[in-house]
Design a protein. Structure first.
Length: 522
């Protein structure tokens, strides 16, 4: 049995080679890998000696040789193949261990030049991997250090790598090549043109290559007649939903995952202890307070009816006091960075409740850089709506100026509105939502629904702050929220009738600020 080892990332490779050598496997290797193995006292034959042809062109050509690819591609069950390689003195290669030049890591570095990127495009490695993976019935191809231990264990147990394992390794190998080629395509097609230095890169490449790894199949999609699966990015951002650890509960559904993401992304936007309750992709209750329990109590008050069967997210530890409050309600999914042992004991009595733990990232981290939306035979891609504002970003456009307390409520309302489906109207006061109107064709209807929600929850809107995700095109929508009790309003501005709306606000004696930023969410 013969193994060819040629790796860029040398993690665990010496240990692997020792195990193979101890099993009587002959070792072939290239360049730096061969020197490393020889330095570890292992008997290794360099590829140049094996092929009888020296490395050339600064190492660009070393394994692209019939002796290598003939040894990988020859079918052991084909007499013709075996006779052909025997006639040319080619020995079979039974195990291939290859990982590729670090192209992705290279282009991710600040200051990467086009020349640096090009030099880190591996040619011989992918060619060998494809050859070995194509001939998986006879060759085991290892493309990641995580595969080493399993293969060694099988060789020790039976003297061979099982057929099922070889097939799985081949699939993983082709996946890796697809990822690698996709990364090269993404990078090169994002360039405005060739460059002698750091090239200019377009925001959106000429070709978009989706590279995702399946986490799990789902029972069904948005509706029972639809099939679905859950995928993650190849390199997920810390603190994103796909990094969640499920501590208990039933399997997550398609809708659970979508709503959980909405809740988690919203709650991450607050520095103070916060709770977000989401139902059908919209926040139905959001609050900040001195503790998780207090934040939950305030958030739940906004819309107790909609909170039934909702998704609840916290941005801090859930303790026993909080858990006992939450456990009184039917909850589909609970999300937090951590839970006390006492809190988990409380939820253990509700075995169906899905409890997720996600490390809380630094503020502003763990967000998607781009959003995707499928349309008929096409894909819309945009930069994600990650725009945050502070008090200094607000433009006061009315005679009355908001008080410091009103400013805080306006910023709170604006943060919530970013996560509410358009048209969005959000009433808030004292760090909690009072009424949320979402997803209506008319902004007036959203305002009316938000008022109805507050009334149903027996919450007063007197003196409240209101956020509108887009401008008021006429004064009628503004009048609705003022009639309901709003004392101050935050909105983007930018309407042809801004002057009329500002005049209406002055007429009604409220404070209004413009953000200059719209938060449509369809």
């Amino acid at each position: 049995m013969q193994a060819l080892i040629s790796v860029s990332d040398k993690t665990g490779v010496v240990e692997l080679a020792r195990e193979l050598a101890a099993l009587g496997v002959k070792l072939l290797s290239t360049g730096g890998t061969a020197k490393l193995l020889a330095g570890a006292g292992l008997a290794v034959t360099e590829v140049a000696e094996h092929t009888g042809f020296p490395e050339m062109l600064d190492g660009r050509v070393k394994t692209l040789h019939p002796t290598i690819h003939g040894g990988l591609l020859a079918r052991r069950d084909s007499a013709e193949h075996m006779a052909a390689i025997a006639a040319h003195g080619i020995a079979t290669i039974d195990i291939l261990v290859v990982n590729l030049y670090p192209f992705e890591a290279t282009v991710a570095k600040a200051g990467c030049t086009l020349a640096d990127a090009i030099e880190n495009i591996d040619i011989g490695g992918p060619a060998m991997v494809r050859s070995a993976a194509k001939n998986w019935n006879d060759v085991a191809v290892l493309t990641d250090a995580s595969q080493y231990a399993g293969v060694v264990a099988e060789l020790k147990a039976s003297g061979q790598v099982a057929q099922a394992t070889r097939f799985a390794l081949a699939v993983a190998a082709f996946d890796r090549i697809a990822q690698y080629d996709g990364a090269i395509s993404d990078y090169l097609s994002s360039l405005a043109g060739p460059s002698n230095g750091v090239p200019e890169r377009r925001e959106f490449p000429a070709q978009a290559n989706g590279r995702f790894v399946k986490l799990q199949d789902l029972r069904y999609g948005e509706n029972p007649h639809q099939r679905a699966a859950f995928y993650r990015d190849l390199a997920p951002a810390p603190g994103s939903l796909v990094t969640a650890k499920q501590l208990q509960g039933k399997e997550l559904s398609y809708n659970n995952i979508a709503d959980a993401d909405a809740a988690w992304e919203c709650v991450k936007s607050f520095a103070a202890p916060a709770c977000v309750i989401v139902k059908h992709a919209n926040p139905c209750g959001v609050a900040v307070a001195e503790s998780a329990a207090a934040a939950y109590a305030k958030a739940f008050k906004t819309d107790p009816t909609s909170a039934f069967g909702g998704i609840i997210a916290f941005n801090g530890e859930v303790d026993r006091a909080c858990a006992e409050h939450v456990a009184k309600q039917f909850v589909e999914v609970l999300i937090a960075p951590s839970y006390s042992a006492e809190a988990l004991a409380v939820f253990a009595a509700k075995a169906n409740t899905r409890v997720l733990q996600i490390d809380l990232p630094a503020f502003g981290a763990g967000r998607n850089a781009h959003d995707f939306k499928r349309v008929g035979s096409g894909l819309l891609i945009q930069t994600a709506d990650n725009h945050d504002i502070g008090a200094s970003d607000l433009k006061v456009v009315t005679t009355r100026k908001p008080t410091p307390a009103q400013t805080q409520d306006l910023l709170f309302a604006w943060t919530v509105a970013r996560f509410v489906k358009s048209n969005a109207i959000v009433f808030c006061a004292d760090g909690m939502t009072l009424g949320v109107g979402a997803g209506q064709m008319s902004r007036i209807d959203s305002a009316k629904i938000a008022s109805i929600k507050a009334e149903a929850a027996q919450l007063s809107l007197a003196g409240s702050a209101v956020a509108s995700d887009a401008f008021f095109p006429f004064r009628d929508g503004l009048d609705v929220v003022i009639d309901a009790g709003a004392s101050c309003v935050i909105q983007p501005g930018g309407s042809m009738r801004d002057d009329q709306v500002i005049a209406a606000a002055n007429e009604r004696g409220i404070a209004m600020v413009f953000t200059g930023v719209r938060h449509f969410r369809h």
